[in-house]
Design a protein around this ligand. Sequence first.
Ligand code: GLN
Length: 494
Amino acid sequence: MSSQLQSISRLRALLDEKKASATELAQEALRNAGQQSSLNAFVDIRDDLTLQQAKAADARLAAGETGALLGIPTAHKDIFVTQGWTSTAGSKMLAGYVSPFDAEVVVRLNAAGTVSIGKLNCDEFAMGSSNEKSAYGPCLNPWDTLAVPGGSSGGSAVAVAAGVVPFTTGTDTGGSIRQPASLCGITGIKPTYGSCSRYGMIAYASSLDQAGPMAHSARDCALVLNAMVGFDGKDSTSVQRPASNEDFTAGFGKPLRHGDTAKPLAGVRVGLPVEFFGEGLAADVRIPIDAALKQLESMGATLVNISLPRTELSIPAYYVIAPAEASSNLSRFDGVRYGHRAADYTDLKSMYENSRSEGFGLEVQRRIMVGAYVLSHGYYDAYYLKAQKIRRLIAQDFQAAFQQCDFIAGPVSPTVAWNLGEKSADPVQMYLADIYTLSTSLAGLPGMSVPVGFGDKNRPVGMQLIGNYFKEGELLALADHYQAATDWHLRTPS
Ligand code: GLN
């Protein structure tokens, strides 16, 4: 374990014991970000804004205020709009754009007293699994700079894994929190769809987009999630629940069902989908996951074999639905109301065409074309409607599985991080890497990635844990039990 691990609890202790001020922590984080700039995790840093937030946190601390996140440094994925810092979704289309307001998630974290170090690199409009499709260039995996960090929240994962900040925000549409967390050896959770407000999150696929925290441990994720979730009338899909001020750490350290401290997972059934452990799963990923499952078993959990029979269909269904929604969401970038406008055009049509061709990268253009196609007259029923029906069946498969188990476990990614450039030429190869994360997103279920070891070339491996709707408290408690017994989440790249 590295003594330099930037956990929230370590920094909390420094702040509470007055061994460091929020300003000193912010200065250290800014220094770290500068030293690690070759990883290309940050796309906008403004020391003055950071130090202003730190000063405000110090004033609150001096006034005797307490709070889990007060004075803790963080950074936000460039998908969240922020006042002061640029908000570009990793796209040339929004180069230099500064929002007049903060995303709701950012508002909530600011209110909790966090101090932002800046904005984090991501795949353009959150489309990608490698963070190579960013207008700012690729972000590098701190465990091995030849490897991708995963995507689309690559910068969010790297900033934590490289020890710049203890936690970051990410967004997950089809795996973009879980997969980079897995590939970078950190913990990340996508909560139930509707838990975190999407207000001010630059939209990719609205029925799938969901924000969540990325940190070293389940405990830190829970503390951040406490501040992030909650009903927001400004988001029409925000869920209003009686337990909206739920403390996600409430179940920590307690037996999950009826076990005792020696067997805290007694009575817990962990389902293993046969489709998640088939041919496509690399052996070097499978070995640490099998060991993690044994660990859960030794803590009292019962492993049960289950089936999610439409897992394979999640790829075509997702890659119809997400582009369809993206083509609609991205139509607002027309060179008139927002974003880049081409210098050369002859009429309105060529202004649209040139602005969009110059502003959007190739992957984004590909998805807009696919999306417009599957929504068009004559193809809507054959593709879009069919994909929606499959989506419903996938959600039903999960409910059938949850009759047999309390949680579902499996890999996040079929392989460890691949090399930069390795899958760039063939978009389908990149899409296939999402096989284990897409179905959870299509169903709107909470899912997380927990570090469980290392595979080939000493690249990190994450285990995915999936729960039923609004079970993120239990999910995090389960992960916390695992992390209390193991130290994979404490490892840091040298
Ligand atoms: N890799 C998936 C995609 O490219 C998921 C991205 C995401 O979750 N934002 O769409």
